[in-house]
Design a protein around this ligand. Structure first.
Ligand SMILES: [Fe+2]
Length: 298
C-alpha cells in the first residue's frame, strides 16, 4: 500500500447482516409502544405477554434485548434472519447506568470516521476537563485484530483528567467492531467501567450516536449527575463537526486518507467490504486487520 490511500466517497451504506442498538431496554415499558426509526424503517417496539421486546410493525425486524439494550438486526440483501444474537460486552452489572444520545447529520461512514479519527478527540472535544490540543505529543498505539474488529491494547491514559474520576492506576483498553461499536474498558484495582459508543443509522442521512456506561461502583453512581452535562456537550461537539462536514461535502470530490492516522478507518472500510463479500459467498469472515503499531501526534 502507498502512503496515502484515496478512495471515492461512499454513499451511506452501513454494513448489513449485523445487530445495531435500537433503543434502551428500560425505555420500552409494558403496555406502551416506542417508535424508533432505524435503517429508514419504523420500529414499533412493545413487550409481549412474556415481557420480551418485539417489533409490532407491519414488516417487523428481528429485535433482541441484551445487557439493557434493544438491538435490531439489519437484514442482508437476501433478507436472511440472524444466525446468532447481538454482541455481548459483559458490561459490569449488565445494567445501563448512563446513556446520552444525539442525532448526527450525515451518512453512516462519516459518523464512523469521527469515531475512529485519532485527531477527532483533541480537536473536536478539546475541553479543560477532558483534554486540549495543547497537550499534543507523539503516540504509538499497538493494535491487534479481534473477531469482528480490532483492539487497541491496554495502556495508561496520559492526558485526560476525566479518568482521574475513578482513581489512580487506570488502564484503558479500546475495542472497535462492526458495525461501529466502540468499547472502552477503564479499569483500576477497585473499579471497572465500560463505556460503549454505538452508531445506528436512522436513515441515509442521519446517524444516532449513543454514549452508554456500565459500572457497579456506588461511588460512580454519585458522580453520574456531573457526567451528564459533560457527555451532552461532548455529543453536541460531534453534531457540530458533522454539520460542518456535511456543509463541506459538496466541495470534497475525492477523499484523502493518510497513514497511520487514518489506518483505523481504512481497516473499517476493508472489514466492511470483506463482511459483505463473506456473506455473499456464504463463508466465514476473514479479518483483513493485521497486528500493527500506529504512530501519530494527538
Ligand atoms: Fe466525538
Amino acid at each position: 500500500m502507498t502512503d496515502t490511500e484515496a478512495s471515492a466517497l461512499d454513499p451511506a451504506c452501513p454494513p448489513a447482516s449485523l445487530w445495531y442498538v435500537a433503543d434502551i431496554a428500560r425505555h420500552v415499558r409494558p403496555g406502551r409502544e416506542r417508535v424508533q426509526t432505524v435503517f429508514g424503517r419504523t420500529l414499533r417496539l412493545r413487550r409481549d405477554a412474556q415481557g420480551q421486546v418485539m417489533d409490532a410493525g407491519e414488516d417487523p425486524l428481528a429485535v433482541r434485548e441484551s445487557e439493557g439494550l434493544v438491538w435490531a438486526y439489519s437484514p442482508g440483501p437476501d433478507g436472511a434472519q440472524p444466525a446468532s444474537g447481538p454482541p455481548v460486552f459483559n458490561g459490569p452489572g449488565a445494567k445501563v447506568r448512563f446513556v446520552e444520545e444525539a442525532l448526527l447529520p450525515g451518512p453512516y461512514d462519516d459518523a464512523v470516521y469521527g469515531l475512529l479519527d485519532p485527531a477527532h478527540g483533541p480537536y473536536v472535544h478539546a475541553s479543560p476537563l477532558w483534554r486540549s490540543s495543547r497537550t499534543l505529543r507523539e503516540k504509538a498505539k499497538a493494535y491487534v485484530p479481534s473477531p469482528l474488529g480490532f483492539t487497541m491494547q491496554a495502556h495508561e491514559p496520559k492526558n485526560s483528567a476525566a479518568y482521574k474520576l475513578i482513581g489512580g492506576g487506570v488502564q484503558v483498553e479500546i475495542g472497535f467492531q462492526l458495525p461501529a461499536l466502540r468499547s472502552e474498558w477503564i479499569t483500576n484495582r477497585s473499579n471497572r467501567v465500560l463505556g460503549l459508543t454505538t452508531l445506528t443509522p436512522v436513515d441515509a442521512q442521519t446517524t444516532c450516536i449513543r454514549q452508554i456506561f456500565y459500572w457497579e461502583s456506588p461511588l460512580l453512581s454519585l458522580i453520574s449527575p456531573f457526567v451528564r452535562p459533560v457527555t451532552r456537550n461532548f455529543l453536541q461537539q460531534d453534531v457540530h463537526i458533522m454539520t460542518l462536514r456535511q456543509r463541506a461535502a459538496p466541495f470534497r470530490r475525492r477523499e484523502m486518507l493518510i497513514r497511520d492516522a487514518d489506518q483505523l478507518f481504512i481497516w473499517y472500510r476493508r472489514m466492511k467490504a470483506e463482511w459483505a463479500q463473506a456473506n455473499a459467498e456464504s463463508r466465514a469472515f476473514e479479518n483483513p486487520v493485521q497486528a500493527a503499531t500506529l504512530r501519530w501526534r494527538t
